[in-house]
Design a protein around this ligand. Structure first.
Ligand code: ADP
Ligand code: MG
Length: 322
């Protein structure tokens, strides 16, 4: 297969941590061509999606002292050119959030790729449908009590009822802008003002789950089914478990309740063409559905001696050869 990955600048990727690199390595190891491009390198020409594509050759990470280790020059660009994306067998949209206007325009360009020729993952329409925080509300039966509002009075009433809450900007990732809220906080009003940009943008406010101290579980779903999971435990003074803010990773398994969450979420993900997704579960409650560029493969591979990249690429190969 020829696979195109739409990514952030390759030099900024972290080969030992990023799932995108794990998938690119797997593709290469299984004999496929790996091409990369960026959102700003997409164009529409004659009604088709084109991209400035660079073919890359990777030096795979190796395990050293219990860590994925890469060489300094871990990738090499072999050739480059403007090509129609339909020359590829699949396009993997793996640009990191935030979902900006430029990101949205990229999804409109990807919409022009003929699905009979080239599979786009995740589906551009699905990416627009699924704001990572708001989409979770479509599965409210498995979610902790949550509101979305920009109204100080509404937010205060909710936080007074729940006693403790977590505020989340709707476009954030990796723990950015996540705040702990208590009604007695002397900065309460200020926090809401700053977070809502003076009442201009709604935020999510969710009941604080004390179980978060035991971890925030990332479950990776492929084609609506769980293929692996890792627990992220907050460290030090931090209440957030994100790896980006120092969360410690821990081996884990799925509880029956978590299997049930996957069964609730899975069919809808497939319907929306969201084939590679990372859901976050705290204390048995769904808190986030990550669809843009979910991470976790490297950590799961390490802790569970797996190769999720291979599982993803082999699945892709089956789907593309149908
Ligand atoms: N309802 C909650 N109760 C307690 N902690 C939470 C809650 N929601 C999120 N957190 C903490 O905040 C972190 C980030 O939250 P999340 O909703 O996954 O947003 P993102 O990962 O996109 O920043 C989680 O890893 C978790 O540690
Ligand atoms: Mg998260």
């Amino acid at each position: 297969m020829k696979l195109a990955f739409i990514i952030d600048p390759i030099a900024k990727l972290n080969p030992g941590h990023d799932s995108t690199v794990a998938m690119m390595e797997a593709a290469q190891a299984l004999g496929h061509e790996v091409w990369v491009t960026e959102v700003h390198q997409l164009s529409v020409i004659d009604g088709k999606a084109w991209a400035m594509l660079s073919q890359v050759q990777l030096v795979p990470v190796t395990l050293k002292d219990g860590k994925w280790t890469s060489v300094a020059q871990w990738y090499e660009i072999c050739s480059q050119g403007l090509r129609c994306l339909e020359d590829m067998d699949a396009v993997l949209m793996r640009k990191d959030p935030p979902v900006t206007i430029r990101y949205l325009y990229a999804t409109y360009i990807l919409e022009l790729v003929d699905p009979k020729k080239t599979l786009v993952i995740n589906s551009p329409q699905g990416l627009r449908e699924a704001n990572e925080k708001m989409y979770t509300l479509q599965f409210y039966s498995v979610m902790p009590e949550t509101i979305v509002s920009l109204d100080k009075t509404v937010i205060r009433k909710f936080v007074e009822e729940k006693k403790q809450a977590v505020l989340k900007p709707l476009g954030g990732k990796a723990g950015e802008g996540i705040l702990f809220l208590e009604p007695s906080d002397r900065n309460f009003n200020s926090i809401i003002e700053v977070s809502t940009h003076q009442g201009q943008e709604p935020v999510m406010v969710q009941r604080f789950l004390p179980e978060a101290k035991n971890g925030d579980k990332r479950i990776i779903l492929l084609d609506g089914k769980p293929i692996g999971a890792v627990n992220r435990v907050p460290t030090g003074q931090e209440f957030r478990g994100n790896m980006a803010v120092g969360g410690r990773v821990e081996k884990t398994e799925l509880t029956p309740r978590e299997h049930n969450i996957c069964e609730v979420v899975g069919p809808r993900l497939r319907q929306n063409g969201l084939y590679f997704v990372g859901i976050d579960v705290i204390g048995g409650y769904l808190t986030e559905v990550n669809v843009t560029s979910p991470t976790g493969i490297r950590e799961i591979d390490l802790l569970d001696n797996m190769n999720l990249g291979h599982i993803v690429i082999e699945w892709l190969n089956r789907v593309c050869s149908k």
